[in-house]
Write a protein that binds this ligand. Structure first.
Ligand SMILES: [Fe+2]
Length: 203
């Protein structure tokens, strides 16, 4: 995305990304954050597959059952103070330490450099999987593949992403939305910025 589009994006989304009232209960604050992300995905793409994914995501977070959960943190969560501010991050900062963060099952890493904030631990989301990827600078989330299709919305951090069936990495910036077909090999490498991205897997 060029600098000009980025400015438009920032101005366009700033109005949408209203501050979530801290008087709301925690699960409602988290759902509000997810709904803002779902709206942003629909705004940022005209690709019918991504719009379908955003619609499925929106439906599942309308009024999901809330599970009994307690926050679970990992060392990499310390890095959230270094996340570069974008229209998405001020509400994220508000809920980050309320989430259930887990080490990635795709590495032996124990949450020092990367973590997944898994919303299925908090809500009954049916057949979709929703999470946040937090990746410290200079780290790589390993190349992997899986059957469900997947979308990502980049919330903060410039990084190189491989996605969509391509064999090369491409630089993405906050606001970018990408799609992985079933079994596309994909991954991301962070350079000088902490990366935060939302992912949704659906059938
Ligand atoms: Fe994936």
């Amino acid at each position: 995305m060029s600098a000009i589009v980025w400015n438009w994006f920032e101005n366009g989304l700033k109005n949408m990304m209203k501050k979530i009232p801290e008087t709301m209960n925690t699960s409602e604050q988290i759902l509000s954050f997810l709904r803002q992300c779902a709206d942003a995905i629909s705004k940022q793409t005209s690709d019918p597959i991504l719009l379908e994914g955003a619609e499925t995501f929106s439906q599942r977070i309308k009024s999901p059952g809330v599970k009994q959960f307690s926050p679970q943190l990992l060392p990499v969560i310390e890095q959230i103070k270094h996340i570069k501010p974008t229209p998405f991050t001020f509400n994220f900062q508000q809920i980050a330490t309320e989430l259930v963060w887990k080490p990635s099952p795709r590495t032996d890493e124990k949450g020092e450099q990367m973590a997944l904030g898994i919303f299925n631990e908090l809500f009954e989301l049916g057949d979709i999987v929703v999470g946040l990827l937090l990746l410290d600078k200079h780290q790589s989330y390993p190349l992997h593949q899986h059957q469900p299709q997947e979308l990502y919305l980049v919330l903060s951090g410039e990084a190189d992403w491989r996605y969509g069936g391509s064999e090369v990495f491409k630089k993405l910036v906050p606001g970018d939305v990408i799609y992985n077909h079933p079994n596309d090999i994909h991954g991301v490498t962070a350079f000088n910025e902490v990366v935060l991205a939302l992912y949704v897997l659906w059938k």
